[in-house]
Design a protein around this ligand. Structure first.
Ligand code: STR
Length: 506
């Protein structure tokens, strides 16, 4: 870096330092949380240097700092929660007070300056977009396939595809992702991809590019002025967003060209219809239904659907490989309750207790986003009686909550039976320390979709197949990439068509 840049950084740093020390003084008289050591300008960065992923590092401070403590990231006051009691206070009881989102360089780029759902601050428009997605996913739609029908059709298709792949080890992630992309693709755009469609491969590329670069506790998100300096990370994010833009714009333009308000086929049509209605209905938030807003919501839902689903399906499949006895139990349940004459349906959920328990246990042991997305206090408030000034960022350590030894016996052990009653029924979580989808007003919009999809896919899959590690490729754990989500590494599986299924294929 040349001298001018270094001088510039130092000058800007001092300006910011003096500015932040004026602005971020905590009001006097409050009851403040114990804090990690913190220094001017860099905040607590020295304590945060570690090879541990952030959720494990923050959990490790619990011993000395308790379930609730604070730290400074640069000039940003951050509160960390490692216990479900405080998490529920923030997410549910005071959900509207803590419903803000941080304003960071990378999430602003991703969300087209705070539009869409995941990274937008709450507003009537945000609420409207959420409702639109919710009602499109879950409300009965006349003349259209239901969510259940879409998932069952795609699950049957991927399983037929697996039939061709039983001879040799299969790269499971790409195949699973293809199926998941087709379900969310049907919901968002009423379209699917062929397995080798170049557009599908481009989607995977841009999604990975975004996950690798967006909000990873990087300095760029702490010191936003760094965006004015050359940054490979920022360039990589911009490149991924440009690919996304070209794919989504094409879909959007096609939908606009063919739009008929009496035939709403997918989420994009539903949003276009709302945009059209807003022209005549003053109760609808017209200014927040511009093409830009719609594209932001589309990008969030498609990306979130694809990424979170592929992570959680991969983990569940991996646990089936690690625990053949769990696999057999689920298959026994399927054989007894469904048999082989028909495909599994959503109404079978009430009978397949062991599969439901396995889904819950996967969601507990491997939270997709171990630190959720940070929340921001919109006004001066409190948590557990401690003073929380407006603008505080709250990081909820879902990992610590789901691995709390006081709440879960041997939390690191995969054991679906913890979600079963003595009678073997899948019951409510045995501990309140379980919130895989968050809680309160910002709870994940895809919660019901995720549970439905996990159930229908694994019931369909295990009716027909068993899975094993390919010979000599036994694993005991998966590598993880810790980003805004925790991605599992890839692995191969050996599919085995079940004898019983082969005998009775309907
Ligand atoms: C994945 C990549 C992409 O194309 C778009 C997005 C935006 C929404 C993100 C998603 C991401 C990753 C998973 C997130 C989701 C919003 C909610 C979800 C962070 C970056 C979770 O909280 C697990």
């Amino acid at each position: 870096m040349d001298l001018i840049v270094i001088t510039l950084i130092i000058t800007v740093s001092f300006v910011i330092l003096s500015f932040t020390s004026l602005v971020h003084k905590k009001p006097k008289g409050g009851k403040y949380l114990k804090s990690l050591p913190s220094f001017p300008f860099i905040g607590s960065l020295l304590s945060l240097r570690s090879n541990l992923p952030a959720h494990l590092l923050l959990q490790s401070f619990q011993k000395d700092y308790g379930d609730l403590f604070s730290l400074m990231i640069g000039h940003q006051y951050v509160v960390v929660i490692n216990h479900y009691r405080y998490a529920k206070e923030v997410l549910a009881k005071k959900g509207m007070i803590f419903a803000g989102r941080a304003n960071t360089v990378t999430t602003n780029l991703l969300s087209r300056d705070g539009k869409g759902i995941a990274f937008a601050n709450i507003s009537p428009a945000w609420r409207f977009h959420r409702k639109l997605v919710h009602s499109h996913f879950y409300t009965a739609r006349s003349g259209k396939e239901t969510l259940e029908e879409i998932i069952c059709k795609e699950a049957a298709l991927i399983c037929s595809n697996f039939e061709q792949l039983v001879a040799s080890p299969v790269d499971i992630m790409i195949n699973l992702t293809w199926f998941l992309a087709n379900v969310i693709g049907m919901l968002c755009f009423n379209s699917t991809h062929e397995r080798d469609d170049p557009e599908f491969l481009k989607v995977l590329k841009y999604k990975q590019g975004i996950v690798e670069t967006v909000r990873g506790g990087h300095l760029l998100d702490t010191f936003s002025w760094l965006k004015y300096f050359p940054s490979e990370r920022l360039q990589a994010l911009k490149r991924s967003l440009a690919i996304r833009e070209s794919i989504l714009t094409k879909k959007f333009e096609e939908h606009k060209a063919n739009f008929k308000s009496d035939s709403v086929k997918d989420l994009t049509d539903a949003m276009l219809k709302a945009q059209e209605n807003a022209k005549t209905n003053s109760l609808l938030p017209g200014p927040q239904l511009t093409d830009d807003h719609l594209m932001a919501t589309m990008g969030d839902i498609y990306g979130a659907g694809l990424e979170t689903m592929s992570i959680i399906h991969t983990w569940l499949l991996f646990y089936l490989l690690l625990h053949p006895e769990i696999q057999s139990k689920i298959q026994e349940e399927i054989d007894n309750n469904i048999g082989f004459e028909r495909a599994p349906k959503l109404s079978d959920r009430k009978n397949l207790h062991f599969l439901n328990a396995t889904i819950s246990e996967t969601l507990r042991i491997q939270p997709v986003a171990p630190l959720l997305i940070p929340h921001v206090a919109l006004v001066d408030t409190s948590i557990g009686g401690y003073t929380i000034p407006k603008g505080t960022q709250v990081t909820i350590n879902l990992w610590a909550i789901h691995h709390d030894e006081k709440e879960w016996k041997n939390p690191g052990v995969f054991d679906p039976t913890r979600f079963l009653s003595k009678e073997g029924k899948h019951t409510h979580p045995p501990s309140p320390s379980f919130m895989p989808f968050g809680a309160g007003p910002r709870i994940c919009v895809g919660e019901a979709l995720t549970k439905m999809q996990l159930f229908l896919f694994f019931a369909t899959f295990l009716q027909r197949f068993s899975v094993e590690f390919p010979p000599g490729q036994q694993l005991t754990d998966l590598k993880r990439k810790f980003r805004i989500v925790q991605q599992p590494g890839d692995f191969k599986v050996q599919l085995k068509s079940r004898k019983k299924w082969r005998g009775c294929t309907p």
